[in-house]
Design a protein around this ligand. Sequence first.
Ligand SMILES: Nc1ncnc2c1ncn2[C@@H]1O[C@H](COP(=O)(O)OP(=O)(O)OP(=O)(O)O)[C@@H](O)[C@H]1O
Ligand SMILES: [Mg+2]
Length: 358
Amino acid sequence: MSASNAVFVGMDLGTFKTSVASSTGYRDVMQTAVGWPKDHVARTLLGRDLVFGKDIVEHRLALDVVRPFEKGALKYVDGKAAGLDDKTVKKHADATRLVVEYAVKMVHREPGRPVFGVIGVPSRANTLNKKFILDAVDGIFESVAIVSEPFTIAYGMNRLTDALVIDIGAGTIDICPLFGTYPSEKDQVTLSMGGDLVDEEFEKKLKAKYPQAQVSRNMVREIKEKFGFVNDVSEQAVVQLPVNGKPTNFDITEPLKAACNTIVTPIVNAVREMIGQFDPEFQSRLRQNIILGGGGSQLKGLDRVIESSLKDYGGAKVTRVGDASYAGAVGALKLAMNMPSEGWTQLKGAKGRKAVAA
Ligand SMILES: Nc1ncnc2c1ncn2[C@@H]1O[C@H](COP(=O)(O)OP(=O)(O)OP(=O)(O)O)[C@@H](O)[C@H]1O
Ligand SMILES: [Mg+2]
C-alpha cells in the first residue's frame, strides 16, 4: 500500500539515456552507464569509486565504462543471445542497479520516504528481461512496476485510444497500438534496431568514403543528432573532422542520409503490417494518430516520410512528442501516481517479483 509520505518515480531506463521524474517535482536525465576508475591513480584523481552522467564522457579514458543495455542487450535480447558471459551479465546487473539507484537519488532527496516506481521497458521484452531488471533493482523501491515504453508515452500524453506510438530509442524501436486498454504483448512490435545501429552504419559509411578522417563513435552520434535527416533536402551537411590532427571540412550529406534511412523501411513495413491487422474503421483512426517518441523521433523529415509511405493506404498524420527526452519518464510517473493502492499491494505481495501489466 502506498504510504501517505510516499514518493512516486517514473523512469525511462533507456539503452542510451535514463530519464527520471518524481512526484516531488524533480526530473533529470543521465547516460545509462557507470564508470569505474581503471586503477588507483584514476581513483585518486577522480576522488570516487563510481562515476555517472556527464563525467563519464569527460573522464572516459580513465574509466572502465559499462553500458548495461547496449544494443538492447538484457532489456530485449537475453545475455546469451547478446554474446555476454555470466561474469559480464553480473557486471551489467550491478551497473543497472547503480544507474537506477543514482537516478532515484537525483530526483528524491529525502531519504526515509518510501519510493514507488514505474519503469519502462521495450514492448516485447520477455519475462527474462523483466526479471533481470526487477532482480537488479531489488530493494531500491518499496514497490516497482515494469511497463511497456511506448505505453508510458501514450499515457503521459493522454492518447490512450485510437493511437499508434512509435518509440525510436538507441537500442530498440517499439511500436504499440492503443485502444483504451493496456496493450497486450502480441499487439506490439519491437524492432531490434535504433539509433545505435544508425551510428554504426554512419561510421562505416563515413570511414569508407573518407578513410583519412579521424572520428570517434561519440562524434558520429553528435553529428547525427545535429544533422540527421531522412528526406530530400537541398541543404548540405558539412562538418570539420581532423586529418592527422588538422581540422578539415567534409561533406557528409550522403553517408548520413543513407545511415539514417536504414531504420525507415523497417519502421514503415512494421507500421503497415500492424495497422493492417485491425478492422478497417480502426485502421484509418490509427493512421491519423501516429505519435513519434524517443530520441530518434527527432530525425529531420521522419514524420513526413512515414506520412507519404502511407499515402497509398489512405493517408496518415504523424506528430512528434513535445519533449523526446522526458515523455516516457513523465508518462511513467503519471502511471505511478494514478496506480490504485491495491495495485502496489499486489506487486509488493509478490515481493516486487511480479511485473505488472506484462
Ligand atoms: N536530434 C536527434 N536526431 C536524431 N537522433 C537523435 C537526436 N537526438 C537523440 N537522438 C538519438 O536517439 C537515441 C536515444 O534515444 P532515447 O534516449 O529515446 O533512447 P533510449 O531510451 O536510451 O533507448 P531505448 O529506448 O532503445 O532503450 C540515440 O541514438 C540518439 O543519438
Ligand atoms: Mg527509450
